[in-house]
Design a protein around this ligand. Structure first.
Ligand SMILES: Cc1cc2nc3c(=O)[nH]c(=O)nc-3n(C[C@H](O)[C@H](O)[C@H](O)COP(=O)(O)OP(=O)(O)OC[C@H]3O[C@@H](n4cnc5c(N)ncnc54)[C@H](O)[C@@H]3O)c2cc1C
Length: 420
């Protein structure tokens, strides 16, 4: 299928996370046509998976919803979900872009009534919950997903289950004949905002992530605490569903380590402090211990750090944790290391351990389908004229910085299309 956008004043934004959304709405609101290309079935990126934002501790859904409303109200913005850029040719002001769009098997006629999910009997792994739960073969990625449009898992196409889903939809929105298609776009400038993925700590032998169920990552903790998460917001031990009394946060789990992720992601200390508040709020007796090399809380976020650190049930231990083991009988986790302030070794018990794993740019494993330069870690260091880079694909940053970065990228894109 070939589809032409109006003209080369159009700006393409690749990645619909906070950085890409910011670039898109800012450019559209000053009069430019924008197309967002997003790989997931929904917009919002990783922020959609967070329970609360530091430092305000408000749910990220509010900020996302404001952006979605701006998109809904602005006819200049189009978006393609389940879509990825395959090829870019041309020059600044006149690019031809081939976008591959995977089938959702549900059309825009979907009213989100949920009848297809009611008819579904099969389940598939829930990637939104990082595999900690399953979803029906017809699912909405999460309750507040934008667009509010179901997805059908490709595994049921051509099966009786697929037919049952189609039959259940009284609006005729289930279309199992959908196939992958290529959409061609003519655009004047491109903003690359493809973001990050969590570092996988399983190669770190002394933390046993993947072997002990109650050693989880910080992003898993976000999903456990989220009301729409796998446990309905209850922070419990994955091994036995019990409430934890002592939660340990292990900072720099792979970060600032030349064997794994040599850089600092800049947000993990604040994320751990934030997640300590999740534990304190939910369990009036529980404690949170944060093991850190040094706390990195920049500027105004220092205040957030001092406030959480002063809580009587929060303990900070200056140490790089040396090992996490589990008692074979009780399953209780034991952290060992040296408290470098007191110059004392410790053995500290915990019911749940959260590894603060850093942010890896998506481009570390898959380069952009366009000319770009990368730093040693895979972040995009520079892109040629006509392309702008925004957010965590450029370097790790928090959401407020992503909003600024996305806005700056919008300006660069506007300059490119206006220069012609
Ligand atoms: C545990 C944890 C907790 C955090 N908590 C906070 C917090 O409380 N407050 C805060 O300010 N920050 C927090 N952050 C940081 C925050 O998550 C990031 O700042 C934010 O996600 C960055 O947004 P982004 O748009 O740059 O990237 P992303 O959120 O990764 O969005 C990128 C988007 O691009 C899409 N994409 C990727 N590749 C392609 C492709 N090839 N084609 C099309 N689309 C593609 C992705 O699917 C995604 O939707 C936290 C980070 C972690 C690790």
């Amino acid at each position: 299928m070939t589809e032409q956008t109006k003209n080369s004043q159009t700006i393409l934004v690749v990645g619909g996370g906070m950085s890409g959304l910011s670039a898109a709405v800012e450019a559209a609101e000053v009069g430019f046509d924008v197309v967002i290309v997003e790989r997931n079935a929904y917009l919002g990126g990783r922020v959609s998976q967070l329970h609360h934002y530091f430092p305000k501790l408000c749910p990220p859904g509010c900020g996302l919803e404001i952006n979605f409303r701006r998109i809904r109200q602005n006819p200049r913005i189009r978006y393609l979900t389940m879509a990825e850029v395959e090829q870019v040719t041309g020059k600044p002001g006149a690019y031809e872009v081939a976008v591959k769009v995977r089938p959702r098997f549900v059309t825009e006629k979907c009213t989100c009534c949920g009848k297809c999910a009611e008819a579904a009997t099969q389940k598939v792994s829930d990637t939104f919950n990082l595999g900690m739960s399953q979803v029906k073969s017809a699912y909405l990625p999460f309750p507040a997903a934008f667009p509010q449009q179901f997805v059908i898992d490709p595994s049921v196409v051509g099966t009786q289950e697929g037919e049952a889903l189609a039959k259940a939809c009284e609006y005729g929105a289930v279309d199992l004949t959908m196939t992958e298609k290529t959409v061609s776009l003519s655009v004047g400038a491109i903003v690359w905002a493809t973001g990050w993925e969590p570092f996988d700590p399983s190669p770190i032998p002394y933390y046993h992530y993947g072997q002990h169920k109650d050693v989880i990552t910080n992003l898993m903790m976000e999903r456990l605490a989220a009301l729409d998460g796998p446990t309905g917001g209850k922070i419990v031990r994955p091994s036995d569903g019990k409430a934890p009394e002592h939660v340990a946060f292990v900072q720099c789990a792979g970060s600032r380590d030349t064997h794994y992720l040599p850089y600092c992601s800049g947000v993990c200390c604040l994320a751990a402090l934030k997640q300590a508040t999740y534990v304190l709020e939910q369990y009036p007796q529980a404690t949170a211990t944060i093991f850190y090399i040094d706390i990195r809380a920049m500027d105004r976020l220092e205040e957030f750090y001092t406030k959480v650190a002063a809580h009587p049930r929060v303990k900070l231990v200056k140490s790089k944790v040396a090992s996490i083991t589990a008692d074979p009988q009780t399953g209780q986790l034991l952290l060992t290391g040296e408290n470098t302030e007191k110059a004392e070794p410790y053995r500290s018990a915990a019911d749940l351990v959260v590894l603060s794993s850093g942010m890896v740019p998506n481009t570390a494993t898959r380069k952009l389908p366009a000319e770009a330069q990368y730093d040693a870690y895979g972040f995009v260091a520079a892109a040629p004229a006509g392309a702008a880079i925004a957010g965590c694909v450029r370097r790790p940053m928090d959401v407020s910085m992503c909003v600024q970065d996305g806005t700056a990228a919008a300006l660069r894109a506007i300059q490119t299309v206006s220069r012609r």
